[in-house]
Design a protein around this ligand. Sequence first.
Ligand code: SAM
Length: 301
Amino acid sequence: MDDNLKLSNPKVTIEALQKYGFTFQKKFGQNFLIDAHVIKKIIAAAGITKEDTVVEIGPGMGTLTQYLAEAAGKVYAVEIDKALIPILADTLSEYDNVEIINDDILKVDINALAVPCDGTDDEAGGISSSKRKLKIVANLPYYITTPIIMGILEKKVNVSDMVIMVQKEVAQRMDASPGSKEYGALSLAVQYRAETYLAANVPPNSFIPRPNVGSAVIRLKVYDEPKVNVKDEKLMFKLIKASFGERRKTLQNGICNYPELSFTKDEVAAALRQMGLDERIRGEKLSLEEFAKLSDILGSN
Ligand code: SAM
């Protein structure tokens, strides 16, 4: 389809909104893209080819989907709002490689959408190691960004890349390094499982209606194995939560005051000394590798 006829052209989107009498639902975080330049950056960041099966979360009217359908082999578009389903059937009618699924992404078994590498369906329908990994591409509804991202990363879904539009501040937190003000539990939870790359900053006027916040596109390249080895993943993430719970406290106080942990000040101080760190250090200074080491030391006590 000619780019001028696509929904990325604001005129086409406005005409479509009028034609279908569509009203935006705030509760579903509906801010539709009207910027071809941004959409092309998303497609490029995801490196989509005809070999790829893409899952799009929240296609809206199908703006990004039209470009995905042209670049990818297969697109599954999961949309919660049933009012958008007949509109999508129309705006995507010329693409035979798009399947629209009317459901809540948090309830969809994403692994079931992956196809075996030879392109035929897995008889058992289960996760087979020979299944080609999926790419997830989305202009996410901002009200559930973190549950969607963490749900996919923590459940070890068969996904190689996620290229997602999120609130700028959330993208900065995911991408943050130790010592910065954005660095925290979300940075560590994401970076444990994926390499982050900030692909683009996107201003509010790239959407209709305009969001009240700036946006950014972030790429997460999902690791096959977590970035660091740690004996007890749950303990490490409790330590991380404890350390960032009260940012102005020292790591030692944060851990000792955290109700789900029972380490004494002396134990934490000894572990920090063993790692060559100052006892008064704050959590925001520790790298992922250091949190893993701290967890291993405290866990072996
Ligand atoms: N992709 C479209 C675009 O860029 O123009 C729309 C993006 S809009 C920010 C987010 C979309 O996600 C909306 O269409 C909304 O209805 C849908 N959505 C919200 N919550 C969802 C959920 N839990 N599961 C699936 N889709 C959802």
